[in-house]
Design a protein around this ligand. Sequence first.
Ligand code: M6R
Length: 589
Amino acid sequence: MCGIFGYVGNRSNAAGLAVNGLKSLEYRGYDSWGVAWKEGSALGLRKETGKISGINPESLPACSLAIGHTRWATHGGVTAANAHPHLNEDRTIAVVHNGIIENYQELREELKAKGHVFLSETDTEVIPHLIEEYLKETDDFAHAVRLACQRFTGRYGILAVHTTSDTIVAARTGSPLIVGKAPDGFFIASDTPAFLEHTRTVQYLDDGEMVITNGKSIIFSDLKTGEEKLKREIEITWSIDEARKGDYAHFMLKEIMDQKESVARAVNQNEEEIIEVARAIENARGTFLVGCGTAHKACMAGEHFFSIVAGKHVNVAPASEFKLYHRFLRPESLLIAVSQSGETADVLEAIQVAKSKGAKVLAIVNSPGSSIARAADYTLLINAGPERAVASTKALTGQLAVLMLVAYALAGKLAEGKKLLLETASMINDMLNPRYADYLSRVADHIKAKEDLYIIGRSWNYPMALESAIKIQEVSYIHAEGFAGGELKHGPIALIEDGMPCIVLAGNDEVLPDILSNAVQLKARGGYVIGVAPERNEIFDEWIRVPDAGAAQPIVNIIPIQVLAYFLAVQRGKDPDMPRNLAKSVTVK
Ligand code: M6R
């Protein structure tokens, strides 16, 4: 949540670079934005509510140092005053911040008692004021930032600048910060797409670290002790084009279409690593799969892959609930943490809980170098390429593919799993053609005026029913709910009214007769039954054809729903890439 960006170097368009960088980070929050830049011995500032998309980067003054922020509101409403950067009273210090300063009320009272005046409702505003206080004790700006950081509890990634120095000071505890090293300066941002067009050479800050750069050199140090640290430089392999929308109207549509290739990329794993991971699961006394939102639904489907393909029992929990599982953890346990961004706070907390009990961690992530990847003992990358739309699409199918592959490896049938998944990838390629999209657009048109929609599935299609509901809710704002088919008659069926769209996810599997009889129950109550299945059935009012993909059925069944959700959003006049109230990367608990 919240995107932060900084640049210092030889270029004279630092503020413009900040605007462009923030545009690439808007998926992290988009209710307001702001940029501060060094203008001679003063700080220039521009802050506005709304999206940054409209601003021309060239409209900002020439400068060689700037920091910026795109906000997802936590403390205080969406106002220009609450937007970052935040400054001290004499406007000599500017700070952008991602995360939450939990003890901000106490610090605010302390600072108020010393005469500081606050202009916003944010937790962040205490930071420049506290730094100002420490500048009374030291004339070293970086040291003052260090002392201030030692007072904070909570999670933060911050960038701070001061009128008397041409440096950016950054500190990280819990919220991601990545340095980009270019020939003509240094970038520091919450995520790599912010500077990918300028450099692919990156250095990741770890928790409890600080960075000081004047654009020519950079010093990494321990946030507490100040002891200098050496950092490895890593080359990012993601291409700039992958991070762009190209000719597509929206990132969501582009990323759905990317699945023509991304599922095959997910399958392209180092076999030895997959076998090593399978062995770790085999030997573990208790395997737990955790994730949030869509990634959690991938974990739920993973439970079925492990059970059906490998006869192996695993436990699944939303990452936000996992800390309650600490009683079941021991050094022989294995946590499988699934995440697109690799930065989700709830997942990081689950990892901490597991590690505190000595358990091992496997990360299945999309973002290489992310906090979750770096915290894990084993990492499998899903290789989906950058996912920018808030609604997760290609990351989900990548997660499903990797989980399936691991299940097949566990069953000693890795080659079979690989073959099935590559066939599935080719089926997806055939499926995502313009005629299919036109058809789904017509289905969307037919149901777009409805305010309620239900989706049912059984076995591995049950988590896909839950995922379908998330997809439709978050981008179209239709009230969509997913249920296990068999649960309908225990309550939800009371909601079904004449003409209500009911999506039924089916496959040619052991639960087909059961899910079809649930479809009959829906139809008998007036439901408009939209079947997503390899074969037509007379019970379907609408049939969305999907290939018969065996164990990969959940992967092919969710794809038309992603397309349907996209069209529902667009036809209802909503922006599918930036749904209200949401952010792509949820770095708060
Ligand atoms: O980056 P992560 O995979 O950890 O994110 C988890 C969820 O926040 C994410 O899947 C969210 O539910 C998506 N917006 C759903 O489309």
